[in-house]
Design a protein around this ligand. Structure first.
Ligand SMILES: Nc1ncnc2c1ncn2[C@@H]1O[C@H](COP(=O)(O)OP(=O)(O)OP(=O)(O)O)[C@@H](O)[C@H]1O
Ligand SMILES: [Mg+2]
Length: 449
Protein backbone atom coordinates (compact mmCIF):
# COMPACT_ATOMS: atom_id res chain seq x y z
CA UNK A 1 0.00 0.00 0.00
CA UNK A 2 1.16 3.51 -0.79
CA UNK A 3 -0.50 6.77 0.22
CA UNK A 4 0.51 8.71 -2.87
CA UNK A 5 2.41 8.41 -6.15
CA UNK A 6 5.79 9.37 -4.70
CA UNK A 7 5.57 6.61 -2.14
CA UNK A 8 4.43 4.14 -4.81
CA UNK A 9 7.35 5.01 -7.08
CA UNK A 10 9.78 4.51 -4.21
CA UNK A 11 8.36 1.05 -3.48
CA UNK A 12 8.31 -0.03 -7.10
CA UNK A 13 11.93 1.01 -7.37
CA UNK A 14 13.12 -1.49 -4.80
CA UNK A 15 10.68 -4.38 -4.82
CA UNK A 16 9.02 -6.65 -7.33
CA UNK A 17 5.26 -6.30 -7.72
CA UNK A 18 2.84 -8.39 -9.77
CA UNK A 19 0.17 -5.74 -10.14
CA UNK A 20 -0.64 -2.11 -9.34
CA UNK A 21 -4.15 -0.88 -8.60
CA UNK A 22 -4.27 2.88 -8.67
CA UNK A 23 -6.80 5.65 -8.21
CA UNK A 24 -6.73 8.61 -10.57
CA UNK A 25 -7.28 11.50 -8.21
CA UNK A 26 -4.49 11.67 -5.63
CA UNK A 27 -2.54 14.45 -3.99
CA UNK A 28 0.53 15.41 -6.09
CA UNK A 29 1.14 13.21 -9.12
CA UNK A 30 -2.14 11.74 -10.42
CA UNK A 31 -2.76 8.07 -11.12
CA UNK A 32 -2.38 8.26 -14.90
CA UNK A 33 0.96 10.03 -14.64
CA UNK A 34 2.02 7.42 -12.08
CA UNK A 35 1.25 4.60 -14.55
CA UNK A 36 3.38 6.34 -17.17
CA UNK A 37 6.29 6.79 -14.78
CA UNK A 38 6.13 3.25 -13.43
CA UNK A 39 6.31 1.86 -16.96
CA UNK A 40 9.52 3.73 -17.60
CA UNK A 41 11.29 1.36 -15.24
CA UNK A 42 8.96 -1.66 -15.06
CA UNK A 43 7.38 -2.07 -18.45
CA UNK A 44 5.82 -5.43 -17.60
CA UNK A 45 3.99 -4.31 -14.43
CA UNK A 46 0.27 -4.44 -15.18
CA UNK A 47 -1.68 -1.50 -13.78
CA UNK A 48 -5.42 -1.32 -13.22
CA UNK A 49 -6.73 2.23 -12.94
CA UNK A 50 -9.71 2.98 -10.73
CA UNK A 51 -11.88 5.75 -12.08
CA UNK A 52 -14.26 7.54 -9.75
CA UNK A 53 -16.39 8.87 -12.51
CA UNK A 54 -16.75 6.33 -15.24
CA UNK A 55 -16.69 8.66 -18.19
CA UNK A 56 -15.55 7.33 -21.55
CA UNK A 57 -12.77 9.96 -21.63
CA UNK A 58 -11.30 8.67 -18.41
CA UNK A 59 -11.17 5.10 -19.59
CA UNK A 60 -9.60 6.05 -22.88
CA UNK A 61 -7.03 8.17 -21.09
CA UNK A 62 -6.24 5.32 -18.70
CA UNK A 63 -5.60 2.88 -21.53
CA UNK A 64 -3.54 5.47 -23.34
CA UNK A 65 -1.39 5.93 -20.28
CA UNK A 66 -0.60 2.21 -20.50
CA UNK A 67 -3.11 0.82 -18.00
CA UNK A 68 -4.05 -2.82 -18.43
CA UNK A 69 -7.69 -1.95 -17.74
CA UNK A 70 -9.83 0.44 -15.71
CA UNK A 71 -12.45 -0.13 -13.02
CA UNK A 72 -15.30 2.05 -11.99
CA UNK A 73 -16.06 2.87 -8.41
CA UNK A 74 -17.75 1.87 -6.22
CA UNK A 75 -16.74 -1.77 -5.75
CA UNK A 76 -20.02 -3.20 -4.62
CA UNK A 77 -20.70 -6.86 -4.07
CA UNK A 78 -21.89 -7.26 -7.65
CA UNK A 79 -18.67 -6.27 -9.28
CA UNK A 80 -16.22 -7.72 -6.76
CA UNK A 81 -16.18 -10.88 -8.84
CA UNK A 82 -15.30 -8.84 -11.88
CA UNK A 83 -12.47 -7.21 -9.91
CA UNK A 84 -11.16 -10.60 -8.84
CA UNK A 85 -11.19 -11.93 -12.41
CA UNK A 86 -9.57 -8.79 -13.74
CA UNK A 87 -6.82 -8.95 -11.14
CA UNK A 88 -6.08 -12.58 -12.03
CA UNK A 89 -5.99 -11.79 -15.72
CA UNK A 90 -3.78 -8.74 -15.28
CA UNK A 91 -1.27 -10.71 -13.22
CA UNK A 92 -1.23 -13.49 -15.81
CA UNK A 93 -0.74 -10.91 -18.54
CA UNK A 94 2.23 -9.36 -16.73
CA UNK A 95 3.73 -12.79 -16.12
CA UNK A 96 3.39 -13.76 -19.79
CA UNK A 97 4.92 -10.48 -20.86
CA UNK A 98 8.02 -10.90 -18.77
CA UNK A 99 8.28 -14.60 -19.60
CA UNK A 100 8.05 -13.69 -23.26
CA UNK A 101 10.83 -11.17 -22.86
CA UNK A 102 13.05 -13.74 -21.15
CA UNK A 103 12.39 -16.40 -23.78
CA UNK A 104 13.04 -13.92 -26.52
CA UNK A 105 16.34 -13.02 -24.92
CA UNK A 106 17.23 -16.72 -24.69
CA UNK A 107 16.46 -17.21 -28.37
CA UNK A 108 18.71 -14.31 -29.25
CA UNK A 109 21.50 -15.86 -27.18
CA UNK A 110 20.91 -19.29 -28.67
CA UNK A 111 21.25 -18.00 -32.18
CA UNK A 112 24.29 -15.83 -31.59
CA UNK A 113 26.97 -16.37 -34.23
CA UNK A 114 29.25 -18.02 -31.68
CA UNK A 115 26.81 -20.89 -31.43
CA UNK A 116 27.39 -21.85 -35.02
CA UNK A 117 30.35 -24.12 -34.51
CA UNK A 118 33.21 -24.76 -36.90
CA UNK A 119 36.48 -23.24 -38.02
CA UNK A 120 36.77 -24.74 -41.49
CA UNK A 121 37.35 -22.29 -44.31
CA UNK A 122 34.03 -23.37 -45.87
CA UNK A 123 32.00 -22.54 -42.77
CA UNK A 124 33.91 -19.35 -42.09
CA UNK A 125 32.98 -18.10 -45.55
CA UNK A 126 29.33 -18.77 -44.71
CA UNK A 127 29.62 -16.96 -41.39
CA UNK A 128 31.29 -13.97 -43.00
CA UNK A 129 28.33 -13.51 -45.31
CA UNK A 130 25.85 -14.12 -42.48
CA UNK A 131 27.49 -11.40 -40.40
CA UNK A 132 27.50 -8.98 -43.31
CA UNK A 133 23.89 -9.46 -44.37
CA UNK A 134 22.27 -9.74 -40.95
CA UNK A 135 21.75 -6.02 -40.50
CA UNK A 136 20.41 -5.46 -44.03
CA UNK A 137 16.95 -6.19 -45.34
CA UNK A 138 18.11 -8.17 -48.36
CA UNK A 139 16.46 -11.41 -49.37
CA UNK A 140 18.68 -14.41 -48.65
CA UNK A 141 18.66 -17.85 -50.25
CA UNK A 142 20.31 -20.56 -48.15
CA UNK A 143 21.19 -23.78 -49.94
CA UNK A 144 22.88 -26.96 -48.78
CA UNK A 145 22.24 -30.65 -48.28
CA UNK A 146 19.89 -31.87 -45.61
CA UNK A 147 21.23 -31.31 -42.09
CA UNK A 148 23.95 -28.82 -43.00
CA UNK A 149 22.48 -26.05 -40.84
CA UNK A 150 20.28 -24.02 -43.18
CA UNK A 151 17.67 -23.29 -40.57
CA UNK A 152 20.33 -22.47 -38.01
CA UNK A 153 21.80 -19.91 -40.41
CA UNK A 154 18.37 -18.42 -41.17
CA UNK A 155 17.68 -18.02 -37.46
CA UNK A 156 21.07 -16.49 -36.82
CA UNK A 157 20.38 -13.90 -39.53
CA UNK A 158 17.01 -12.96 -38.05
CA UNK A 159 18.11 -12.83 -34.42
CA UNK A 160 21.10 -10.68 -35.29
CA UNK A 161 19.10 -8.28 -37.42
CA UNK A 162 17.26 -5.07 -36.51
CA UNK A 163 14.10 -7.17 -36.82
CA UNK A 164 15.08 -9.43 -33.93
CA UNK A 165 12.39 -7.99 -31.66
CA UNK A 166 9.70 -8.99 -34.14
CA UNK A 167 8.64 -12.44 -35.23
CA UNK A 168 10.51 -14.99 -37.26
CA UNK A 169 7.72 -16.91 -38.97
CA UNK A 170 8.65 -20.24 -40.52
CA UNK A 171 6.70 -21.87 -43.33
CA UNK A 172 7.65 -25.34 -44.48
CA UNK A 173 6.52 -25.10 -48.08
CA UNK A 174 7.10 -28.81 -48.61
CA UNK A 175 4.99 -29.99 -45.67
CA UNK A 176 1.78 -28.03 -46.29
CA UNK A 177 -0.58 -29.42 -48.97
CA UNK A 178 -0.71 -27.20 -52.01
CA UNK A 179 -4.40 -26.40 -51.59
CA UNK A 180 -3.76 -24.99 -48.12
CA UNK A 181 -0.47 -23.25 -48.70
CA UNK A 182 -1.90 -20.13 -50.33
CA UNK A 183 -4.24 -19.43 -47.45
CA UNK A 184 -1.46 -20.33 -45.01
CA UNK A 185 0.81 -17.73 -46.60
CA UNK A 186 -1.65 -14.96 -47.39
CA UNK A 187 -4.63 -15.69 -45.14
CA UNK A 188 -8.26 -15.88 -46.20
CA UNK A 189 -11.58 -14.18 -45.63
CA UNK A 190 -14.69 -15.81 -44.34
CA UNK A 191 -16.48 -17.81 -47.01
CA UNK A 192 -13.44 -17.98 -49.32
CA UNK A 193 -13.80 -21.78 -49.38
CA UNK A 194 -15.92 -24.40 -47.66
CA UNK A 195 -14.08 -24.51 -44.38
CA UNK A 196 -13.31 -20.80 -44.14
CA UNK A 197 -15.72 -19.95 -41.37
CA UNK A 198 -13.77 -16.94 -40.11
CA UNK A 199 -11.26 -14.46 -41.48
CA UNK A 200 -7.75 -15.69 -40.94
CA UNK A 201 -4.41 -13.91 -41.06
CA UNK A 202 -1.67 -15.53 -43.13
CA UNK A 203 2.00 -16.00 -42.27
CA UNK A 204 3.10 -13.00 -44.32
CA UNK A 205 0.85 -10.69 -42.32
CA UNK A 206 2.04 -12.33 -39.11
CA UNK A 207 5.65 -11.68 -40.04
CA UNK A 208 5.07 -7.97 -40.62
CA UNK A 209 8.12 -6.01 -39.37
CA UNK A 210 9.90 -9.33 -38.87
CA UNK A 211 11.22 -12.12 -41.05
CA UNK A 212 9.52 -14.92 -42.95
CA UNK A 213 11.53 -18.11 -43.44
CA UNK A 214 10.32 -20.06 -46.47
CA UNK A 215 11.82 -23.49 -45.93
CA UNK A 216 11.94 -26.16 -48.69
CA UNK A 217 11.15 -23.48 -51.26
CA UNK A 218 12.06 -25.91 -54.06
CA UNK A 219 8.89 -27.88 -53.31
CA UNK A 220 6.52 -25.00 -53.96
CA UNK A 221 3.98 -25.50 -56.75
CA UNK A 222 4.24 -23.39 -59.95
CA UNK A 223 0.95 -21.54 -59.25
CA UNK A 224 2.12 -20.44 -55.85
CA UNK A 225 5.51 -19.50 -57.22
CA UNK A 226 3.76 -16.81 -59.29
CA UNK A 227 1.98 -15.44 -56.23
CA UNK A 228 5.16 -15.47 -54.21
CA UNK A 229 6.95 -13.57 -56.95
CA UNK A 230 4.47 -10.76 -56.56
CA UNK A 231 5.03 -10.38 -52.79
CA UNK A 232 8.76 -10.40 -53.35
CA UNK A 233 8.42 -7.68 -55.96
CA UNK A 234 6.22 -5.21 -54.17
CA UNK A 235 5.47 -6.70 -50.75
CA UNK A 236 1.72 -6.79 -51.43
CA UNK A 237 -0.80 -9.62 -51.62
CA UNK A 238 -4.49 -10.37 -51.33
CA UNK A 239 -5.88 -12.87 -48.85
CA UNK A 240 -7.71 -15.78 -50.51
CA UNK A 241 -11.23 -14.67 -51.39
CA UNK A 242 -10.52 -10.99 -50.92
CA UNK A 243 -9.87 -8.25 -53.42
CA UNK A 244 -8.35 -5.94 -50.82
CA UNK A 245 -4.61 -5.59 -51.25
CA UNK A 246 -2.50 -5.74 -48.11
CA UNK A 247 1.08 -4.66 -47.81
CA UNK A 248 3.75 -5.91 -45.45
CA UNK A 249 7.23 -4.96 -44.40
CA UNK A 250 8.92 -8.31 -44.20
CA UNK A 251 12.32 -9.77 -44.81
CA UNK A 252 12.42 -13.00 -46.75
CA UNK A 253 14.86 -15.83 -46.15
CA UNK A 254 14.35 -18.96 -48.24
CA UNK A 255 16.08 -22.32 -48.03
CA UNK A 256 16.24 -25.51 -50.03
CA UNK A 257 18.29 -28.66 -50.33
CA UNK A 258 17.44 -28.89 -54.01
CA UNK A 259 19.55 -27.69 -56.85
CA UNK A 260 17.36 -24.83 -58.07
CA UNK A 261 19.32 -24.29 -61.26
CA UNK A 262 18.56 -27.87 -62.21
CA UNK A 263 14.91 -27.38 -61.20
CA UNK A 264 14.77 -24.35 -63.52
CA UNK A 265 16.14 -26.40 -66.40
CA UNK A 266 13.51 -29.02 -65.71
CA UNK A 267 10.86 -26.29 -65.60
CA UNK A 268 9.91 -27.09 -62.00
CA UNK A 269 11.06 -23.73 -60.67
CA UNK A 270 10.53 -20.28 -62.14
CA UNK A 271 13.66 -18.52 -63.21
CA UNK A 272 12.32 -15.05 -62.33
CA UNK A 273 11.48 -16.23 -58.81
CA UNK A 274 14.94 -17.70 -58.46
CA UNK A 275 16.56 -14.34 -59.25
CA UNK A 276 14.26 -12.57 -56.79
CA UNK A 277 15.27 -14.99 -54.05
CA UNK A 278 18.91 -15.36 -54.90
CA UNK A 279 19.86 -11.78 -53.99
CA UNK A 280 22.31 -12.99 -51.34
CA UNK A 281 23.13 -16.65 -51.93
CA UNK A 282 24.55 -18.63 -49.01
CA UNK A 283 25.69 -22.14 -49.80
CA UNK A 284 26.56 -24.32 -46.82
CA UNK A 285 29.10 -26.96 -47.78
CA UNK A 286 28.35 -30.59 -46.80
CA UNK A 287 30.15 -31.90 -43.73
CA UNK A 288 32.33 -34.28 -45.75
CA UNK A 289 33.88 -31.22 -47.39
CA UNK A 290 34.77 -29.61 -44.08
CA UNK A 291 36.05 -32.55 -42.07
CA UNK A 292 38.12 -30.21 -39.92
CA UNK A 293 34.87 -29.03 -38.26
CA UNK A 294 34.19 -32.53 -36.92
CA UNK A 295 36.37 -32.36 -33.77
CA UNK A 296 34.81 -29.07 -32.61
CA UNK A 297 31.27 -30.10 -33.51
CA UNK A 298 31.63 -33.50 -31.82
CA UNK A 299 32.93 -31.87 -28.64
CA UNK A 300 30.12 -29.28 -28.78
CA UNK A 301 27.42 -31.95 -29.15
CA UNK A 302 29.02 -34.02 -26.39
CA UNK A 303 28.70 -31.10 -24.01
CA UNK A 304 25.10 -30.39 -24.96
CA UNK A 305 24.13 -34.07 -24.75
CA UNK A 306 25.73 -34.27 -21.30
CA UNK A 307 23.73 -31.25 -20.21
CA UNK A 308 20.45 -32.29 -21.81
CA UNK A 309 20.49 -35.87 -20.54
CA UNK A 310 22.26 -35.38 -17.23
CA UNK A 311 25.25 -37.49 -18.32
CA UNK A 312 28.86 -36.99 -17.41
CA UNK A 313 30.58 -38.53 -20.36
CA UNK A 314 34.23 -37.45 -20.18
CA UNK A 315 34.98 -37.32 -23.87
CA UNK A 316 36.27 -39.19 -26.90
CA UNK A 317 39.08 -41.69 -26.70
CA UNK A 318 41.96 -42.01 -29.04
CA UNK A 319 41.10 -42.49 -32.69
CA UNK A 320 37.38 -41.81 -32.37
CA UNK A 321 37.36 -38.43 -34.04
CA UNK A 322 39.63 -39.73 -36.80
CA UNK A 323 37.19 -42.59 -37.46
CA UNK A 324 34.44 -40.02 -37.70
CA UNK A 325 36.38 -38.18 -40.36
CA UNK A 326 36.37 -41.27 -42.56
CA UNK A 327 32.58 -41.42 -42.67
CA UNK A 328 30.69 -39.89 -45.60
CA UNK A 329 28.03 -38.11 -43.45
CA UNK A 330 25.06 -38.18 -45.82
CA UNK A 331 22.98 -36.66 -43.00
CA UNK A 332 25.61 -33.99 -42.35
CA UNK A 333 25.72 -32.14 -39.01
CA UNK A 334 22.36 -33.53 -37.91
CA UNK A 335 23.69 -37.07 -38.32
CA UNK A 336 26.74 -36.20 -36.25
CA UNK A 337 24.59 -34.58 -33.58
CA UNK A 338 22.38 -37.67 -33.34
CA UNK A 339 25.33 -40.04 -33.27
CA UNK A 340 27.04 -38.15 -30.45
CA UNK A 341 23.81 -37.99 -28.49
CA UNK A 342 23.42 -41.75 -28.81
CA UNK A 343 27.02 -42.41 -27.81
CA UNK A 344 26.77 -40.12 -24.79
CA UNK A 345 23.49 -41.63 -23.63
CA UNK A 346 24.89 -45.14 -23.83
CA UNK A 347 28.34 -44.30 -22.48
CA UNK A 348 27.48 -44.65 -18.80
CA UNK A 349 29.89 -41.80 -18.08
CA UNK A 350 32.84 -43.63 -19.64
CA UNK A 351 35.08 -42.25 -22.32
CA UNK A 352 33.74 -43.05 -25.80
CA UNK A 353 36.06 -45.49 -27.56
CA UNK A 354 36.40 -46.59 -31.16
CA UNK A 355 34.65 -49.84 -30.23
CA UNK A 356 31.50 -47.84 -29.30
CA UNK A 357 31.13 -46.51 -32.83
CA UNK A 358 28.67 -48.19 -35.19
CA UNK A 359 30.20 -50.77 -37.56
CA UNK A 360 30.49 -48.69 -40.73
CA UNK A 361 32.72 -46.22 -38.89
CA UNK A 362 35.30 -48.80 -37.96
CA UNK A 363 35.66 -50.48 -41.31
CA UNK A 364 38.43 -49.13 -43.44
CA UNK A 365 36.92 -47.63 -46.52
CA UNK A 366 38.83 -48.52 -49.66
CA UNK A 367 40.39 -45.32 -50.87
CA UNK A 368 39.62 -44.37 -54.45
CA UNK A 369 42.99 -43.53 -56.00
CA UNK A 370 43.02 -40.09 -57.58
CA UNK A 371 41.95 -40.35 -61.15
CA UNK A 372 44.69 -38.56 -62.97
CA UNK A 373 44.75 -38.43 -66.74
CA UNK A 374 48.20 -38.21 -68.24
CA UNK A 375 48.18 -35.03 -70.35
CA UNK A 376 49.42 -35.23 -73.97
CA UNK A 377 52.73 -33.72 -72.93
CA UNK A 378 53.25 -36.37 -70.21
CA UNK A 379 53.84 -35.67 -66.52
CA UNK A 380 56.38 -36.19 -63.79
CA UNK A 381 55.27 -39.04 -61.54
CA UNK A 382 57.53 -37.72 -58.80
CA UNK A 383 55.83 -34.29 -58.84
CA UNK A 384 52.38 -35.81 -58.66
CA UNK A 385 53.34 -38.16 -55.82
CA UNK A 386 54.94 -35.24 -53.96
CA UNK A 387 51.78 -33.23 -54.25
CA UNK A 388 49.52 -36.10 -53.18
CA UNK A 389 51.79 -36.68 -50.18
CA UNK A 390 51.65 -33.01 -49.19
CA UNK A 391 47.86 -32.95 -49.47
CA UNK A 392 47.45 -36.05 -47.31
CA UNK A 393 49.79 -34.75 -44.62
CA UNK A 394 47.88 -31.46 -44.51
CA UNK A 395 44.59 -33.30 -44.25
CA UNK A 396 45.84 -35.54 -41.46
CA UNK A 397 47.04 -32.50 -39.51
CA UNK A 398 43.67 -30.82 -39.93
CA UNK A 399 41.79 -33.89 -38.82
CA UNK A 400 43.88 -34.26 -35.69
CA UNK A 401 43.88 -30.53 -34.98
CA UNK A 402 47.61 -30.47 -35.53
CA UNK A 403 48.54 -33.36 -33.27
CA UNK A 404 51.61 -34.62 -35.14
CA UNK A 405 51.79 -38.04 -33.47
CA UNK A 406 48.24 -38.84 -34.36
CA UNK A 407 48.43 -37.27 -37.80
CA UNK A 408 51.42 -39.47 -38.65
CA UNK A 409 49.66 -42.58 -37.36
CA UNK A 410 46.54 -41.70 -39.33
CA UNK A 411 48.39 -41.98 -42.62
CA UNK A 412 50.66 -44.79 -41.51
CA UNK A 413 53.80 -42.70 -41.54
CA UNK A 414 56.62 -42.50 -39.10
CA UNK A 415 56.44 -39.24 -37.12
CA UNK A 416 60.03 -38.22 -37.87
CA UNK A 417 59.55 -38.91 -41.56
CA UNK A 418 56.42 -36.82 -41.55
CA UNK A 419 58.16 -33.93 -39.79
CA UNK A 420 60.99 -34.06 -42.31
CA UNK A 421 58.55 -34.03 -45.19
CA UNK A 422 56.63 -31.15 -43.65
CA UNK A 423 59.83 -29.16 -43.41
CA UNK A 424 60.89 -29.98 -46.94
CA UNK A 425 57.48 -29.21 -48.39
CA UNK A 426 56.99 -26.08 -46.28
CA UNK A 427 53.82 -27.41 -44.61
CA UNK A 428 52.86 -25.46 -41.54
CA UNK A 429 50.01 -26.07 -39.22
CA UNK A 430 48.89 -23.61 -36.59
CA UNK A 431 46.87 -25.47 -34.06
CA UNK A 432 43.68 -23.67 -33.12
CA UNK A 433 43.90 -22.09 -29.67
CA UNK A 434 40.85 -23.94 -28.38
CA UNK A 435 42.06 -27.37 -29.42
CA UNK A 436 41.46 -30.00 -26.82
CA UNK A 437 42.68 -33.06 -28.59
CA UNK A 438 46.41 -32.77 -28.47
CA UNK A 439 48.90 -34.75 -26.50
CA UNK A 440 51.55 -32.32 -27.62
CA UNK A 441 49.43 -29.36 -26.60
CA UNK A 442 51.76 -26.43 -26.65
CA UNK A 443 51.71 -23.11 -28.42
CA UNK A 444 52.62 -23.54 -32.07
CA UNK A 445 55.37 -20.92 -32.01
CA UNK A 446 57.58 -23.09 -29.80
CA UNK A 447 60.10 -25.26 -31.66
CA UNK A 448 59.30 -28.94 -32.03
CA UNK A 449 61.70 -31.07 -29.97
N1 LIG B 1 27.69 -25.36 -37.49
C1 LIG B 1 26.85 -25.86 -36.60
N2 LIG B 1 27.07 -25.69 -35.29
C2 LIG B 1 26.23 -26.21 -34.38
N3 LIG B 1 25.13 -26.91 -34.68
C3 LIG B 1 24.84 -27.11 -35.97
C4 LIG B 1 25.68 -26.60 -36.99
N4 LIG B 1 25.14 -26.92 -38.19
C5 LIG B 1 24.03 -27.63 -37.92
N5 LIG B 1 23.84 -27.74 -36.60
C6 LIG B 1 22.74 -28.48 -35.94
O1 LIG B 1 22.40 -29.57 -36.78
C7 LIG B 1 20.99 -29.76 -36.83
C8 LIG B 1 20.49 -29.61 -38.25
O2 LIG B 1 20.56 -28.25 -38.67
P1 LIG B 1 19.38 -27.54 -39.49
O3 LIG B 1 18.05 -28.01 -39.03
O4 LIG B 1 19.63 -26.08 -39.49
O5 LIG B 1 19.68 -28.17 -40.93
P2 LIG B 1 18.93 -27.97 -42.31
O6 LIG B 1 19.98 -27.65 -43.30
O7 LIG B 1 17.81 -27.00 -42.15
O8 LIG B 1 18.39 -29.44 -42.61
P3 LIG B 1 17.12 -29.92 -43.50
O9 LIG B 1 17.47 -29.65 -44.92
O10 LIG B 1 17.05 -31.38 -43.22
O11 LIG B 1 15.96 -29.15 -43.03
C9 LIG B 1 20.39 -28.74 -35.89
O12 LIG B 1 20.20 -29.32 -34.63
C10 LIG B 1 21.46 -27.67 -35.81
O13 LIG B 1 21.40 -26.97 -34.60
MG1 LIG C 1 15.73 -27.27 -42.35
Amino acid sequence: MARDATEALAQVADQHFDLMLVDIKMPGINGLELVRQVHETCEDLPCIVITGYGTPEHSVEALRAGAYWYLEKPFDQANLDVVRRLVEQAIEHGRLKSENRILHGQLQTKYRFENIIGHSAGLQRVLDVVAKVADSHSTVLVTGESGTGKELVARAIHYNSPRADHLLVTVNCGAIPEALLESELFGHVRGAFTNAITNREGRFALADEGTIFLDEIGDMSPTLQVKLLRVLQDRTFEPVGSSKTQSVNVRVIAATNQNLEEAIREKRFREDLFYRLNVIPIEIPPLRERLDDIPLLAEHFLESANKAHGRECVGFGEGVVECMAGHGWPGNVRELENLVERLVTLSGGKEIGVEDLPDPFRKQQPVDPVSIQIPPGGLSLKDVVDRVEARLIEQALKLTSGNKNRAARLIGMNRTTMLEKMKKKGIEFDRPMDDQYGEDAKPSHLPTP
